[in-house]
Design a protein around this ligand. Structure first.
Ligand code: SF4
Length: 333
């Protein structure tokens, strides 16, 4: 493939990905009626090189499960995920080790993401050691990674322990660890949700800056549309393991099409006392994932539901700049 067509080709292709698992214990399994939870249910999308995509939705919508499938931390139970022309399901041994270097995770809670008994130097040395980087090069790589995430004058931090750093400083260390092996792709799972509001903007700015400077392909997982808007050019909205809407973030924010996306947009607080922005009435929380509604999984909360919604699963179809899974956009509607 030529360099130009390689640059244009998607880095990641997801086709009908599924992550289904049985719950209910051994007895239910023996009786053959253990319920199945469809954490990810037949999802398809592609991500271009250098693109930043937000996976957005309430807790339990499957966004973290999708992130884990992309990193091969979970094995898909159906469909396929292809990274740079290689199916993740086929990666083993050396190929899997190489993928682990190219695809990294930035964790939600920095205090859970590091060993409290390791100094910052040891925390950042470990991935270099595992990747076979000579000991003589490690200190320089660690300093460069900490400078990249804008931890000013990093040397004094190297012999400190995680509890001696603030949440914002430690999240930068976690970012540095994810970036130290120069990956092509990162998944950031709610990376600022555990941080104090006053330091979130600083960490998000570092994330955006590093992503742009390194040309990283990034997935940003969040329940917060305002944060996704700040860091992602494109947004995929998920609900109960399926995609509801996929398109340019600004189009989604200014003119949401799917009734669920409309509710999420309406729920974003507007920082002005004269503007009222009441959430759309979408009723109770998401239904029990062991027993989702027939047809459209959003229908028992949807203010626009009609008879077809209970009978037929809406297909994700192109609508202008976007893709939407809703019968309101069926051609014969
Ligand atoms: Fe609402 Fe029906 Fe569209 Fe689902 S398919 S979002 S229930 S209108």
């Amino acid at each position: 493939m030529s360099t130009i067509s390689q640059a244009l080709a998607p880095l990641i292709r997801v086709e009908g990905a599924e992550l289904h698992y049985r719950v209910g214990g051994a007895l239910s399994a023996l009786r053959g009626h253990a319920p199945v939870v469809k954490a990810v249910d037949g999802i398809s999308f592609q991500i271009r090189r250098g693109e930043s995509v937000g996976l957005l939705g309430e807790s339990g919508c499957g966004k973290t499960s999708m992130g884990r499938l992309l990193l091969k931390l979970e094995e898909a139970t159906g469909g396929s995920i292809v990274f740079d022309d290689e199916a993740l399901s086929s990666l083993k041994g050396t190929a899997l080790k190489s993928y682990r270097k190219r695809a990294q995770l930035i964790f939600q809670n920095p205090f859970d993401a590091v060993n409290p008994r390791f100094t910052i130097r040891r925390t950042l040395s470990e991935p270099l050691e595992n990747a076979g980087v000579p000991a003589s090069e490690r200190e320089g790589r660690i300093i460069s990674a900490l400078e990249l995430v804008r931890l000013p004058d990093p040397r004094p931090y190297l012999d400190r322990y995680p509890h001696q750093l603030s949440g914002g400083q430690l999240q930068r260390v976690v970012m540095a660890r994810a970036l130290i092996l120069e990956p092509d792709f990162v998944v950031a799972d709610e990376p600022v949700s555990m941080l104090d509001v006053s330091v979130r903007a600083g960490v998000l700015n570092v994330f955006r800056d590093v992503r742009d400077r390194l040309g990283l392909t990034a997935i940003y997982i969040s329940h917060d549309l305002a944060l996704v808007r700040y860091v992602c050019e494109r947004t995929i909205v998920m609900y109960l393991g399926r995609i509801m809407e996929d398109g340019p973030t600004e189009d989604i924010v200014h003119e949401p099409l799917h009734p669920y996306t409309r509710a999420l947009v309406a729920a974003v607080p507007v920082p002005h006392p004269d503007q009222s922005h009441a959430p759309l009435p979408i009723g109770k929380g998401a239904p029990d994932p062991r027993n989702p509604p027939s047809g459209c999984v959003f229908r028992d909360r949807c203010p626009r539901a009609f008879d077809r919604c209970a009978r037929k699963v809406p297909r994700l179809r192109a609508v202008g700049t976007r893709k939407v899974a809703c019968h309101l956009f069926d051609e014969d509607n």
